[in-house]
Design a protein around this ligand. Sequence first.
Ligand code: NAD
Ligand code: TYD
Length: 357
Amino acid sequence: MSIIVTGGAGFIGANFVLSWAQSATEPIVNLDKLTYAGNPGNLVSLGTHPSYTFVRGDIGDRRLLAELLADHRPRAVLNFAAESHVDRSIYGPEDFIQTNVVGTFHLLEEVRSYWAALPEPQQRDFRFLHVSTDEVYGSLGPTDPAFRETTAYAPNSPYSASKAASDHLVRAYLHTYGVPTLTTNCSNNYGPYQFPEKLIPLMILNALSGKPLPVYGDGQNVRDWLFVGDHCAAIRVVLEKGRVGETYNIGGNSEQRNLDVVRTLCALLDELVPTSSYRPHEKLITYVKDRPGHDRRYAIDATKIRTELGWEPSETFASGLRKTVSWYLDNRAWCDNITSGSYRTWMDRNYENRGAA
Ligand code: NAD
Ligand code: TYD
């Protein structure tokens, strides 16, 4: 028995692979294209772990997929691979359509033919788990109830539209072909190994080097934050106990306004880096022009996964954020490696001509 994950060199996938390799003996195969977001450095601590195999490749490469499935005979395929950054999807949606929609389609096709040829009981026990986002549900008003699994899809960005499309394909493969699928829709993650284009690591690294902290618009947009380790634990629970064909919302019950997140980060850095010449870090906060189509609020109702599968987050936002800031402070080499090269091009593109709010 083994499992295949896709996108395991990215932020959430790497956290998943690392925790799997630490706690399970079952082999894990990681198929990752190593885009700008895929970083083999996230997995160096695995060394030559006997149960871990890395394969560089695209989820849209049918021949490679067929080979991998035939060679490793997995009992599950977990699809983390995606283009994942909303701002990049605004500048260049094509990669998002290619990987998130077309890539997921090719993956589903190969999984379908592998699964269809499995003997019982392997066919019954096989799972395709698709890792998705709460952004497919669109934007909430200040007093709207949180997203449930029954909330209608209303994606607003090329990123969320491409993820919504992939979720629909997964649903269709269940209903039309009987492929045993599971889908998870999770809120915003934070934690170790997150690429510093996303809010929390970007603010930490900018603050450490005395750069402006670019808050979009009025900073009042709300996200529901979950520590990445809790997301990975939830995925494992869904994989082992989730009911076939179901979708599960995953969230930390931790709604925060962006400005409050940035202020909390600044206070943590003031405390943890008392020698910094940029204290108080809050003075680095700069309001910049808003993201087009910026969703105002996301919030997850995680009642279903809690009551059906017994999952609950183990970190609060305060404990998870402290762990995260400490991780970035303790892993400066990882940060320096990431922030060289093409990262600078992205920073120039997204922030240079943005102007004030
Ligand atoms: P990420 O951008 O950090 O990593 C994505 C990984 O996928 C990278 O390693 C990249 O190399 C790989 N990849 C991209 N295109 C590929 C392709 N065509 N073939 C193979 N590999 C490819 O993303 P993340 O934040 O780790 O997110 C992982 C998944 O979780 C995504 O599907 C995302 O939509 C979902 N998600 C993310 C969040 C979040 O807050 N980050 C929240 C909910 C759901
Ligand atoms: P992000 O981490 O990109 O996640 P998502 O857009 O998927 O929610 O952004 C989180 C929030 O932070 C979002 O409301 C946009 C905002 N934001 C900023 O204010 N400044 C920034 O530089 C970035 C990257 C995000």
